[in-house]
Design a protein around this ligand. Structure first.
Ligand SMILES: NC(=O)c1ccc[n+]([C@@H]2O[C@H](COP(=O)([O-])OP(=O)(O)OC[C@H]3O[C@@H](n4cnc5c(N)ncnc54)[C@H](OP(=O)(O)O)[C@@H]3O)[C@@H](O)[C@H]2O)c1
Length: 310
């Protein structure tokens, strides 16, 4: 069952609408009773997780004062309270790993979360050192997923990560990119390695990953995480001051963020979107996209046409 305990696992099951009612009856305690029914997917080693997580690339980089920390602490606390699981970070995001580790320790929510980080160095020795640094910074003896960042020294680092996985210190291993120029190499690694999870950029207006990478992940049974789901905010700029289209009602989307995220998580490869989330109100908004109906293939096409015509 991996790091998440039975209670969390049941909460994950409870998030699958079809079995929500049955699983809820197995859950005791007021906190879990408030966890909404999410659309989920299975993700090693945790079991089911909601299809929206959190990315920490920017505003977790270097908080200094309590004023800087407070909104980040509130964000992580709310995410855990609502039954959110996946948080993505990396050693290259300034102090983000350390900041996240500190907040999680302060809140005492490690066991409720799925922690994903990355390795981005050039030699196996540097990789081992960065791995140990991740355990120290995240203040945990188990990391759910570690991915090789942007394919850097990919073969050596995957071998190093597999050792750690076999030793039981890591739950899953993967690779990431956010550059179309790397897609060909990325695909080649997907074809030759048995990966638990891949992470790639994909958004309503940036759909190249859906041509080959997402279908290949599906074919190979690899879980998918999606970075840059808002194109670093580009989609919000494109739709600024615009009312939601009529079809947003059909998928229960109440905000543009939910429109953009529901598009991503409705891809047949069932991606987990990890939007950069540093404000408590974004947690409710973004996790809300993982609740309720998702667009079918026909509506996904309409959504693409809509964004292409802006
Ligand atoms: N190669 C890789 O491995 C790789 C590369 C890039 C990113 N990533 C991962 O992917 C994550 C996401 O990327 P990203 O953070 O750069 O870009 P993003 O998720 O596309 O966009 C983040 C921006 O969206 C805004 N936002 C978030 N939720 C919102 C909401 N509900 N309503 C309105 N605005 C909202 C935030 O704006 P404000 O905070 O400015 O208000 C934030 O700056 C990263 O944090 C990182 O974990 C991985």
């Amino acid at each position: 069952m991996g790091h998440l305990d039975r209670r969390d696992f049941l909460a994950g099951i409870a998030a699958t609408p079809l079995v929500a009612a049955a699983a809820q009856s197995l859950l005791a305690g007021p906190a879990l009773a408030q966890v909404p029914s999410y659309n989920t997917r299975s993700l090693l080693p945790a079991g089911q997780v909601p299809l929206v997580g959190i990315g920490t690339a920017r505003n977790y980089q270097d908080p200094q004062t309590e004023e800087d920390y407070a909104p980040l602490r509130a964000t992580i606390a709310r995410f855990a309270e609502l039954g959110g699981k996946v948080i993505d970070t990396a050693p290259s995001y300034g102090r983000a790993e350390e900041v996240l580790g500190r907040l999680i320790a302060e809140l005492g929510v490690r066991d409720q979360l799925y922690l994903a980080t990355k390795i981005g160095v050039n030699t196996p020795e540097e990789g081992r050192a960065q791995l140990e640094q991740a355990f120290r910074r995240l203040q945990t003896d188990f990391i759910d997923l570690i991915a090789v960042h942007n394919l850097r020294d990919v073969d050596n680092q995957l071998a190093m990560l597999r050792e750690a996985q076999q030793g039981g210190r890591i739950g899953a291993v993967g690779i990431t990119t956010s550059f179309e120029g790397q897609y060909e190499d990325f695909e080649a690694v997907m074809r030759r390695e048995a990966l638990d999870c891949i992470q790639v950029d994909y958004a309503m207006d940036n759909r190249s990953a859906a041509e080959r990478i997402l279908p290949l992940a599906q074919e190979k049974g690899m879980a998918v995480m999606v970075n840059l789901p808002f194109g670093r905010g580009r989609l919000f700029s494109a739709t600024r001051d615009m009312p939601l289209p009529d079809w947003a009602v059909e998928i229960g989307a109440q905000t543009w963020a939910q429109v953009f995220l529901k598009y991503i998580i409705s891809h047949p490869s069932q991606p987990i979107a990890i939007p950069g989330t540093d404000k408590v109100e974004y947690v409710d908004d973004n996790l809300g996209a993982s609740i309720g109906p998702l667009p079918d293939a026909a509506l996904r096409l309409r959504m693409e046409r809509f964004i292409d015509e802006l």
